[in-house]
Design a protein around this ligand. Structure first.
Ligand code: MG
Length: 389
């Protein structure tokens, strides 16, 4: 495919991008603040997320390798922080190539994982299971919204980061839709419409970033074998052959890097082309038309969607849920479940600012909020201090 040639420089109609001017509704804040002399509202939001404590804690949260810190973790595998930076790089590139608001895409990419609890998906599963026994549930998008609107305390005048409406909407809706019937508290976020493309693209940028990164970390750690990857993914095989032919004398590791670079580029270029195709297909020229389109417009083409699914299936079977990892997941789930029970039984073990939330949020939600904010290292330390074993 000559997608790169075909699409280079082609921008979407200007009316589709979210307007970043201080006067636009989507740039409005709950607590009004005067415009900045030389920074746009979304550039300010990017800075607010970057300077948030929850953002810094991403460095201590695992993405895939759920191994407990005591067992040693290679220093160059991705954390949620480095994953977030990779998603940000991809999101900015795609937004700029499409003529969308790259500053908004950057703010959304930086915040897309801040609601994740410790221990990756194992931690999320355990926290959700614990909350279900109290008729509640855990959702990382909604938790991210709680972090930016309440838990972050950085300003004397209000709680939260006071982010713009567009960033709050994107944090909630970038990866899925919520109904008013189930979530009346989210009414201000245009629940019967899709989010702008700047938010829609985050979910795919996230997938592209972690699928290629996890192939990299998986091959590097030796958990995945090169032959397995070649067999599982026709795209990987094809581009690995191209890289081998181009650099026949290069070290195997460098040929793999070259392959993964081409895989990532192929997904990103395909996504840019597919967004164009879908926007053209409905003749959209405004943000409202994107919001009211029959389906989300940020997507991969059918063949590349097949490639994405093949890589994902392979990683689930051979990496995320591989025999060694299952044991780690189980231990991580145990730590979360035990600490949840310990704190439910003795809420006085929580810091005072968390205890102060109990009257309004209820004990179970307060305990979950406290646990969700922890890094992998902190939760293990606290669990051990509380007698967990
Ligand atoms: Mg992510």
């Amino acid at each position: 495919m000559s997608l790169e040639k075909q699409e280079s420089g082609a921008k979407l109609p200007a009316g589709i991008a979210v307007c970043g001017g201080a006067e636009s509704e989507l740039a409005s804040r709950v607590h009004s603040q005067p415009p900045h002399a030389y920074r746009t509202p979304f550039a300010r939001d990017t800075a607010r997320v970057l300077h948030a404590r929850a953002f810094r804690r991403l460095a201590g949260k695992t993405q895939v390798f759920t191994r407990l810190p005591a067992e040693g973790l290679s220093d160059h595998f991705r954390s949620r922080l480095t994953h977030t930076l990779e998603v940000t790089q991809i999101s900015r590139t795609v937004a700029a190539a499409l003529g969308l608001n790259a500053e908004l895409a950057e703010a959304l990419a930086l915040s897309h994982d801040i609601g994740h609890p410790p221990f990756g998906h194992a931690g999320e599963k355990a926290l959700d299971r614990a909350l279900r026994t109290h008729d509640l549930s855990f959702d990382h998008n909604l938790h991210a919204l709680r972090i930016v609107t309440w838990f972050e305390e950085r300003y004397p005048g209000f709680r939260g980061l006071n982010l713009t409406l567009a960033v709050r909407e994107g944090i909630v809706k970038h990866s899925r839709d919520y109904s008013f019937a189930d979530h009346p508290e989210l009414a201000e976020y245009f629940l019967d419409e899709f989010p702008p493309l700047e938010a829609q693209l985050i979910d795919l940028a996230d997938e592209i970033a972690y699928l290629t990164a996890d192939l990299d970390d998986g091959l590097d750690s030796g958990i995945l074998a090169l032959d397995q990857a070649r067999e599982a993914s026709p795209l990987f095989r094809q581009l690995h052959d191209v890289a081998l032919a181009r650099y026949p004398k290069a070290a195997g590791k460098l040929v793999v890097y070259e392959t993964l670079r081409r895989v990532l580029n192929a997904f990103v270029s395909d996504m840019i082309g597919e967004v164009h195709a879908r926007v053209n297909a409905i003749g959209a020229t405004t943000l409202t038309e994107v919001r009211r389109a029959p389906q989300r417009l940020a997507a991969l083409s059918t063949p590349m969607e097949g490639e994405r699914l093949a890589i994902k299936k392979f990683l689930y079977a051979s990496l995320y849920n591989s025999p060694g990892q299952e044991h780690e997941h189980e231990r991580a789930e145990e730590v979360v479940a035990q600490l949840f029970a310990i704190l439910m039984a003795d809420p006085g073990l929580m810091p005072e600012d968390h205890q102060a939330q109990i009257p309004t949020e209820g004990l179970a939600r307060t305990v979950a909020d406290y646990i969700a904010g922890m890094t992998d290292r902190y939760i293990v330390q606290l669990w051990e201090r509380c007698g967990g074993r």
